[in-house]
Design a protein around this ligand. Structure first.
Ligand code: NAP
Length: 315
């Protein structure tokens, strides 16, 4: 009871909860240990797996016995990450796949490759993320953050659904962000065409979309556990390069990449999350998806997000 109160307090007060302090306190109470070898014989695919949380998630999955597919837009950076991973986990089975999540064409090709090579997929982790300083459109005409965080993952999930359904305990994990708490679901303007573009706002809006999309996929993919999570604040390029001022202020209390990735690894391997679907997690506990009333959405708005994804990913 006391631990639950402290846990909730950490969540609501943000800074301690998102920092290494929150991780250090909560990790003392976790009772479900991940069994070594729990992912033996299974394959896990992780997008944006060549650095930061994606690489830490890949390493976590490999240490639990999974064969890992690193879906990276730059294969040289992917191969460097593969070497790092194998050095940290000798004997790990690691394959680099070229996949640019912001390109529907690239996602389709990469999914076809996985379907050709794999009998089943235990888990798909949507980790790739960007925070551009200005509004950029992809060659296919979509705003970059929505293409990378929403359309690419939607298409990849759809293209890999048969592989996921071929595993009896499959998981999909969207790596969202606590920043999404600040933004509502802007389905009236999903590609940020109205008003002055702000990269941080666009990032948070598309992270909100990911959380809603995870709930929608949970409904559309019975038999697969679909989760969204946020990692807190972890020391990665995503923070130090994209938000240097923020990184300077919170630098001393940032989590390590392994600590930030802990819940993603746990979601794809532990027993409890396999019995649930459609929830939003942080530090191994389900969390509310909205605190501020203006950030709540209706069922109709969620349906419009689904329709927008379906129409926009039709090639
Ligand atoms: N670090 C945190 O505190 C924090 C907090 C909240 C949420 N997150 C989320 O965590 C995820 C990982 O971020 P990170 O912090 O680990 O930052 P990171 O080290 O910069 O990792 C981002 C990864 O995404 C890849 N990526 C970007 N665009 C891509 C694309 N179009 N196709 C394929 N891969 C692409 C990057 O590849 P390149 O190397 O080729 O650029 C990189 O491997 C992101 O979704 C981020 O929003 C992080």
């Amino acid at each position: 009871m006391l631990t639950r109160v402290v846990d909730t307090l950490l969540d609501r007060t943000i800074v301690p909860g998102y920092s290494r302090v929150g991780y250090a306190l909560r990790s003392r109470w976790w009772d479900e240990e991940l069994e070594p070898g729990v992912l033996d014989g299974h394959t896990v695919a992780i997008t944006g797996a060549n650095s930061g949380l994606g690489l830490a998630t890949a390493l976590g999955a490999a240490r639990l016995g999974a064969s890992v597919r690193l879906l990276c837009r730059n294969t040289a950076r992917g191969e460097a990450a593969r070497a790092e991973l194998v050095a940290a986990c000798p004997g790990a089975s690691v394959v680099v796949d070229e996949c640019d999540l912001s390109s529907l064409k690239s996602v389709t090709a990469s999914a076809a490759q996985l379907r050709n090579e794999l009998p089943s997929l235990r888990a798909l982790v949507h980790n790739a993320g960007v925070l551009p300083p200005e509004r950029i459109e992809t060659a296919e005409g979509h705003e970059l953050t929505v293409a990378t965080h929403v359309l690419g993952p939607h298409l990849l999930t759809n293209e890999l659904r048969a592989l996921l359904l071929a595993d009896t305990d499959a998981r999909v994990v969207f790596v969202a962000s606590g920043g999404m708490y600040t933004q509502p679901l802007r389905i009236d303007d999903p590609e940020f065409q109205l008003g002055d573009y702000d990269g941080t706002v666009s990032y948070a809006r598309t992270k909100r979309m990911q959380v809603v999309l995870a709930q929608l996929w949970a409904e559309h993919l019975p038999g697969v556990s679909v989760h969204a999570m946020h990692p807190g604040w972890a020391q990665t390029r995503g923070i130090t390069d994209a938000l240097p001022r923020f990184a300077r202020v919170v630098g001393p209390i940032l989590r390590s990449a392994d600590e930030g990735a802990d819940t993603a690894v746990w979601l794809l391997a532990a027993r409890w999350p396999g019995t649930t679907t459609g929830l939003f997690w942080h530090d191994r506990r389900p969390r509310p998806t909205s605190y501020l009333p203006f950030t709540r959405h209706t069922a109709d708005e969620a349906q419009r997000l689904w329709d927008y994804c379906a129409v926009s990913t039709r090639l």
